[in-house]
Ligand binder design. Structure first.
Ligand code: NAD
Ligand code: MG
Length: 398
């Protein structure tokens, strides 16, 4: 029987890869909803191909255009943030959560509340409200399956029967496009250079996060929540070939790794077919062609974001939400060329400092989602001030 599917963030890199996988594998799917942020043209094209019950555009101003493009197709058009949340809660068996940023939190939570299997790409929702999101899924009788390649790798080799014997989780990192750049070069890096990832073809925000290695910082927090592991037992290892997607080290001296080509359709396939495996025409991994797999420790001086993530966790339950918000705001400022590439991490650090001093990062008794969103808003305001103050030095530099 066809599985009922909702795709949140259908027009993004992960959304497109998910539909690609359905196409390539001939999976039996009944798509209830496809949602997008602003890309009406692609959303309409996908809706005409996949015939969901509803296509939702988050940007309400674009709803008339969506309606027009879907006229006579039998696919209902809807618009606005609330309509995205309603789509998430339509009663799907499987929801792909692939909206980028904290904008994905409410829809992802709604999917978890519906009891669906949530395939989680939207790492920011887990970073901001991990424990609440995981508890919600559990209470509803659903589950969260990681799509992020590193977490999928760990999920595939982490043996729950031997959880007590896990000594370390080892997250691999490609190192991004600036792996071998010096600080002077990084200071002048343009958004186009930062988005050009050597191994993975991804959305702009996560590509910048890979270049700063904030992506690995967010992934460290993601792993801590998903696998209920203290951050001190999670390490990062740079592996420029992106073939070993992550590893689990056991106390008996065995380290288990999961390997594959850098192709998100593989972790998406596992999240779709879990607990079984599915066949699709996956490009085979030929290690003789890859030749060498290399590994080294990250350079914390050029890439301070991993340490910032560790610091954020230690500041209290609101620390990760504040770091995530600061990073989203700083990345947006960098993409707009309002700050330089090397200003991103210091802007995050200063935001964390200000938020910590204000006492906002330790948990109150209220609703954890409301609390995360309140911290998100406060942190963005702080980052906006920090970024505003950075403007002059940047103009002086260029
Ligand atoms: P993307 O920018 O390519 O796509 C984002 C999707 O979210 C688009 O469909 C966009 O229309 C939608 N969207 C944006 N803002 C929205 C809003 N306010 N409301 C509703 N929808 C909105 O990003 P991506 O690369 O596909 O990444 C999606 C998520 O998956 C991110 O959290 C990212 O960290 C994670 N992820 C991506 C990859 C990858 O290879 N691309 C790998 C691991 C994890
Ligand atoms: Mg990843």
């Amino acid at each position: 029987m066809a599985r009922k599917i909702v795709l949140l963030g259908a027009t993004g890199s992960i959304g497109v890869s998910t539909l690609d996988l359905f196409e390539a594998s001939g999976a039996q799917v009944d798509i209830l909803a496809l949602t997008a942020g602003r890309n009406v043209a692609l959303l309409a094209q996908q809706a005409l191909r996949w015939r969901p019950r509803v296509a939702v555009i988050a940007d309400e101003d674009r709803l008339p255009e969506l309606r027009q493009r879907l006229e006579g197709s039998g696919v209902r058009a809807a618009g606005g943030a609330q309509a995205v949340i309603e789509a998430a809660a339509m009663g799907a068996d499987w929801v792909m959560a692939a909206i980028v940023g904290v904008a994905g939190l409410a829809p992802t939570l709604a999917a978890a509340r519906s009891g669906a299997v949530v395939a989680l790409a939207n790492k920011e929702s887990l970073v901001c409200a991990g424990p609440a999101l995981l508890a919600t899924a559990k209470q509803a009788g659903g589950t969260v399956i990681p799509v992020d390649s590193e977490h999928s790798a760990i999920f595939q080799v982490l043996d729950p029967a031997n959880a007590a014997q896990v000594s370390r989780l080892i997250l691999t990192a490609s190192g991004g496009p600036f792996l071998n750049w010096n600080k002077a070069q990084m200071a002048r890096a343009t958004p186009a250079q930062a988005v050009a990832h050597p191994n993975w073809n991804m959305g702009a925000k996560i590509s910048i996060d890979s270049a700063t290695m904030m992506n690995k910082g967010l992934e460290l927090i993601e792993a801590a929540y998903l696998f209920d592991t203290p951050p001190g037992k999670i390490e990062v290892l740079v592996h420029p070939q992106s073939i070993v997607h992550s590893m689990v080290e056991y106390a008996d001296g065995s380290t288990l790794a999961q390997m594959g080509l850098p192709d998100m359709r593989s972790p998406i396939a596992y999240a779709f077919s879990w607990p079984a495996r599915m066949a699709w025409p996956a490009p085979p991994l030929d290690l003789a062609v890859v030749g060498a797999l290399t590994f080294h420790a990250p350079d914390d001086d050029r890439f301070p974001a991993i340490d910032l993530a560790r610091a954020a966790i230690s500041l209290g339950s609101g620390g990760p939400a504040a770091l995530n918000a600061a990073n989203e705001a700083a990345v947006a400022a960098f993409l707009d060329r309002r700050i330089g590439f090397l200003d991103i991490a210091p802007a995050c650090e200063e935001t964390l400092d200000v938020m910590d001093r204000s006492g906002a990062l330790t948990a109150g008794d209220g609703d954890p989602i409301e609390a995360a969103l309140a911290i998100d808003a406060q942190a963005r305001a702080v980052t906006a001030r920090v970024v505003g103050a950075l403007k002059a030095p940047l103009e002086a530099r260029t």
